[in-house]
Write a protein of this length. Structure first.
Ligand SMILES: C[S@@+](CC[C@H](N)C(=O)[O-])C[C@H]1O[C@@H](n2cnc3c(N)ncnc32)[C@H](O)[C@@H]1O
Length: 247
């Protein structure tokens, strides 16, 4: 099961009453929106469609025009208290102002609405966009990591190589990480969620078992805490929280 399927199933398995509405924040091409709509769940998406990876041309043309909206000034283009669930998949490591984004998510959630977020923290072992271990642990703009990434690339590692030379590929990805990613520690992330939401739960163990599918027995015998750590180091944080009554 991939992350799209995981998010879709997780929503579908909640207690969905009449008129439930779901928002996919940073929806990209809208895969989750389409999958939820295929299950007759009223789903929408929004995205800034930024230069760091613009998926706007890949949005499914079968979706109605009002299903996926472009964001302006980082404001979610939907009314206050209009959604029961907000999903974000591999988005929050790209946002510069996490507090603002979480405040926006809380604004559009109905009282007691829930957020589910999947994204890597700084502690993840492999930089997910280029596939190089620990590249995001180097300070931004540092030159040695260009050679570090190039060395891994020579050994055969790395994603999206296209027809770039080793050094060009390495320079481009280091620039991408500098411009378009904002890795935070787990502690910083949890603190930001706790300011806007309540009952924060980490469900990486559930995510891991579902991702493994029929191979889940490989992980099931491990204590949940170890499953969670393995999932966050090799994959991402997976957290669920309720809109805080304080908001
Ligand atoms: C790796 S893609 C993931 C797209 C989609 N969630 C998916 O799973 O296919 C990251 C997405 O985050 C969006 N994004 C980046 N910064 C954002 C922000 N501040 N607010 C909303 N979306 C943002 C990008 O435009 C891009 O579509």
């Amino acid at each position: 099961m991939d992350n799209y399927e995981f998010c879709t199933r997780w929503i579908a398995e909640q207690d969905l009453g009449e008129g439930v509405r779901v928002l996919d924040y940073g929806c990209g091409a809208g895969t989750i929106v389409r999958k939820l709509r295929d299950l007759n769940i009223d789903a929408y998406g929004c995205d800034v469609f930024y230069e760091g990876g613009d998926y706007s041309k890949l949005v499914d043309t079968a979706l109605p025009d009002d299903a996926i909206l472009r964001m302006d000034e980082n404001v979610i283009p939907f009314d206050d208290e209009s959604f029961d669930f907000v999903i974000s998949n591999q988005v929050l490591e790209h946002v510069e102002d996490l507090d603002h984004v979480l405040a926006e998510m809380a604004r559009v959630l109905k009282p007691d609405g829930q957020v589910i977020s999947l994204f890597p923290d700084r502690g993840v072992w492999r930089e997910a966009h280029c596939g190089i271990p620990f590249l995001h642990w180097f300070p931004k703009y540092s030159q040695p990591r260009v050679y570090y990434a190039a060395a891994w690339r020579v050994l055969g590692f790395g994603l999206l190589k296209k027809d770039k030379t080793v050094m060009q590929w390495s320079r481009d990805f280091c620039e991408y990480i500098d411009r378009w990613t904002h890795y935070r520690t787990r502690r910083e992330i949890d603190a930001a969620f706790n300011r806007r939401f309540s009952d924060l739960r980490h469900i990486e163990d559930e995510w891991l078992r579902r991702r493994l599918g029929r191979r889940k027995n490989l992980a099931s015998w491990l204590p949940a805490a170890i499953q969670k750590t393995a999932a966050t180091k090799l994959g991402c944080l997976v957290s669920v929280a309720h809109k805080s009554p304080r908001i």
